[in-house]
Design a protein around this ligand. Structure first.
Ligand SMILES: Nc1nc2c(ncn2[C@@H]2O[C@H](COP(=O)(O)OP(=O)(O)O)[C@@H](O)[C@H]2O)c(=O)[nH]1
Ligand SMILES: [Mg+2]
Length: 379
């Protein structure tokens, strides 16, 4: 008999490993939640599994546990019957029992999920898989298909379309730029390399050529080496006036002299995900300036946690909307969707590539759904 101990973060993950390594005939001898008291580490699931390489029919756990070698018997009994003399006290036992309870709840949750899924039609189950494939979390995917089943639209539109509508109902889409009656001051901020400068130039050219307004570009990015030169080169190719202003006073001064500009576009320094000092710097730079649009550029190919932390950090600057950049580089949009739902900031544009000014689109729900669930395009 071969006996192996597995450590995993969930029971399901542990069981999957047992089956992968020991095969379908493996039996689980014990599962328990363990952690080292005081170590500060998250609790993990310990699974002891065995496979009898000679016996073909499945045998009971009891039969196998009688054959467990002494080392494993000792290890298990010590953990299950801690004695005060070994340093365990009542608190440790209560703690262990809470962990056991937690492990049972996890198991029950898995069971409920399984029960829920098995009650759906094969079509909805395959849609659930499609949502997971789009990198949506298990919880949101399951929630979505449960809500679909109860929706009045269930029979009238395709399941994928309905799922897309449910998933995007909390995402707001804001209007794109229009020719203003009075001067509009627009700034861009966001993580380093997220496409602030590129997107700014695209919109400045649209403002000039399509909206037929007078545009001005101001570079306030004193941090990126060559950033000011890059923006000046773009402005000159596009025939748009360009200034630079690296302090709050200079910026106010530059704006006050430009009464004729319909649109003033301001580029700011990029901030790393954990660089709060740059946020202070941008806050000081823009303080006291009337800003009509504050665009936060975010890369679509960031992970959900990276997007969440960027949104949290830049919320201090009160962005009016998000421009999702590099949509052409994202494989799936599920993680981004979840970050946008919890971030609760409207989205205004998709930047879809490096071509200036062509690769930019107004953000709309239909387009978002077709990016998130490409299967809806074939309907
Ligand atoms: N593929 C792709 N690349 C982009 C997009 N937007 C910007 N880039 C590229 O990303 C890089 C950084 O862009 P930049 O505008 O300088 O970012 P910034 O540091 O936020 O100002 C440049 O090489 C851009 O050409 C986009 O939508 N798609
Ligand atoms: Mg830049």
């Amino acid at each position: 008999m071969k006996i192996k101990k597995y450590i995993a973060s969930t029971i399901q993950e542990g069981k999957d490993r047992v089956i992968r390594e020991l095969g379908d005939d493996a039996i689980i001898l014990s599962t328990r939640t363990v952690n080292r008291p005081g170590s500060g580490e998250a609790a993990v699931i310990e699974i002891v599994a065995a496979i009898d390489e000679n016996a073909s029919p499945r045998e009971t756990v009891r039969e196998h546990s009688e054959n467990i070698p002494a080392t494993y018997e000792e290890e298990i009994s010590e953990a299950n019957n801690p004695t005060p003399s070994n340093g365990f006290d009542l608190n440790d036992r209560v703690f262990d029992e809470i962990l056991e309870l937690k492990s049972s709840i996890i198991e029950l949750t898995e069971y409920i999920k399984y029960k829920n899924l098995s009650s759906f039609s094969p079509e909805i189950r395959s849609l659930y898989k499609m949502l997971l494939d789009a990198d949506l979390s298990e919880n949101l995917s399951l929630n979505t298909i449960i809500r679909m089943n109860n929706s009045p639209k269930f029979k009238s539109i395709s399941p994928a379309r309905l799922a897309g509508e449910i998933l995007t109902e909390k995402i707001k889409f804001s209007d794109s730029l229009t020719k203003p009656n009075e001067q509009k001051i627009i700034c861009f901020f966001g993580p380093t390399g997220s496409g602030k400068t590129t997107t700014l130039v695209k919109l400045a050219i649209i403002a000039k050529l399509i909206l037929e307004g007078q545009a001005l570009i101001i570079c306030a990015d004193s941090v990126k080496i060559g950033g000011a030169d890059q923006l000046q080169a773009y402005s000159s190719i596009a025939g748009i006036p360009y200034r630079y202003a690296f302090t709050n006073e200079d910026l106010k001064d530059a704006i006050s002299k430009e009464h004729n500009a319909d649109f003033i576009f301001i580029d700011t320094p990029g901030a790393g995900q954990f660089n709060n000092s740059i946020i202070n710097e941008i806050e000081n730079l823009l303080s006291g300036i009337r800003l009509d649009h504050k665009y936060l550029t975010l890369q679509s190919n960031y992970s959900k946690s990276a997007l969440n932390s960027c949104i949290k950090m830049f919320k201090r600057l009160k962005p009016t909307s998000i421009i999702l950049s590099k949509t052409d580089e994202a494989i799936n949009y599920g993680e981004m969707t979840e970050a946008l739902i919890s971030g609760n900031i409207p989205i205004s544009y998709f930047s879809t590539g490096q071509n200036i000014p062509d690769d930019i689109e107004q953000a709309e729900q239909d387009r978002f759904i077709s990016m998130l669930l490409p299967d809806t395009n074939e309907e």
